[in-house]
Design a protein around this ligand. Structure first.
Ligand code: P6P
Length: 339
């Protein structure tokens, strides 16, 4: 490994030194996420061999029961966090309700985690990148007591850390603890995440718009107006836009973070409140985007200021380059509400 490489573990400890009162428990928690990400990455890479090793619900060549990968990922991230003892409970897209960790050490943990353990998992069968999304808060209930739903229903602005793992052509872990966004690329030959993108910033403007235009007919008028702007007016102003939609939130988000752009999942006919989940998809991505100098809203106001009322609630999501989100919001305001 080149001497100037820095591992995720070294970076976490180095950044921990920036917080004199840091107890190291957040570092421990991020370490648990790092471990689970490596385990899930290995399993996802094997998924491509599913015809050889057997698909979900069947026995593979080793005679092991094949789990659905999103359930597998959920179990691995839960197990890694429970083992570390810094987390008193977890909420997940794969769990109907939050899960309390009741071992003595965990009950004294001061953090809770919300996660989408494998977002876009249906893309695996067609070899499209998928991701894990996580969101970390300090608990609001007393340390040592039973974790409560109130610990999970905090506004996104209260997050102390958030991040994602993208299992793509290379596997990356991108996270922030509120001091910038940093990206680490897994070197599979040594099983180590190495710092590859320090202090990531999204361009203030961009030319990529990312939205599933198959839902056009039922988009709010403001969204239809914004698409018209991207397709007609911007090119007429000499700024041709391009449409890119992968259908995997982590992938569309990551591309825009690097290149500039906007991703929109508005209300649609089949998702009248939006499709994406506030707590474990939009809040962590909004936290990262603001840390990277971008913007995230529901089309009208900041995602991070929404007061959650239920674990799996959905929201519209406009996220990306500040100038692009501002333009889209202005058009949403001109055509208030859905058509
Ligand atoms: P649609 C994947 O199923 C997901 O939850 C996100 O990763 C992605 O952005 C979105 O749904 C895609 O939804 O309706 O365009 O297929």
């Amino acid at each position: 490994m080149a001497e100037n490489m820095k591992t995720l573990g070294e970076f976490i400890v180095e950044k921990q030194l920036d917080f004199p009162d840091a107890s190291g428990s957040l570092s421990q928690l991020l370490g648990a996420i790092r471990l689970a990400a490596k385990v899930v990455n290995r399993e996802i890479n094997k998924a491509g061999l599913v015809d050889i090793i057997g698909s979900a619900g069947q026995e593979n060549v080793q005679g092991e029961q094949q789990q659905k990968l999103d359930i597998y990922a959920n179990d691995k991230f839960k197990a890694a966090m429970e083992a570390r003892g810094e987390v008193c409970g977890v909420a997940s897209e794969e769990e109907d309700d939050f899960v309390a960790f009741n071992n003595t050490q965990s009950k004294n943990g001061k953090y809770i985690v919300l996660m989408d353990p494998l977002d876009g998992s249906s893309n695996i069968d067609v070899n499209v990148s998928v991701g894990t999304i996580f969101s970390i808060y300090k608990r609001v209930s007393p340390v040592g007591s039973e974790v409560t739903e109130a610990d999970f229903l905090q506004p996104g602005r209260k997050q102390i850390a958030a991040g994602y793992v993208i299992y793509g052509s290379s596997t990356m872990l991108v996270y922030s603890t509120g001091n910038g966004v940093h990206g680490f690329t897994l070197d599979p030959s040594i099983g180590v995440f190495c710092l590859s993108h320090q202090d990531m910033k999204i361009p203030t403007d961009g030319k990529i718009y990312s939205i599933n235009e198959g839902n056009y007919i039922k988009f709010p008028e403001g969204v239809k107006r914004y698409i018209k702007f991207c397709q007609q007016e911007a090119p007429e102003q000499g700024r041709p836009y391009t449409s890119r939609y992968i259908g995997s939130l982590v992938s569309d988000f990551h591309r825009n973070l690097l290149k500039g752009g906007i991703f929109i999942y508005p209300t649609t006919a089949s998702a009248p409140k939006g499709k994406l989940r506030l707590l474990y998809e939009c809040n962590p991505m909004a936290f990262l985007m603001e840390q990277a100098g971008g913007k995230a809203s529901d089309g009208f106001s900041s995602i991070l200021d929404i007061k959650p009322s239920e674990l799996h609630q959905r929201t519209s999501f406009f996220v990306g380059s500040t100038n692009m989100v501002n333009t889209a919001e202005a058009m949403m305001a001109d055509f208030s509400g859905p058509d």
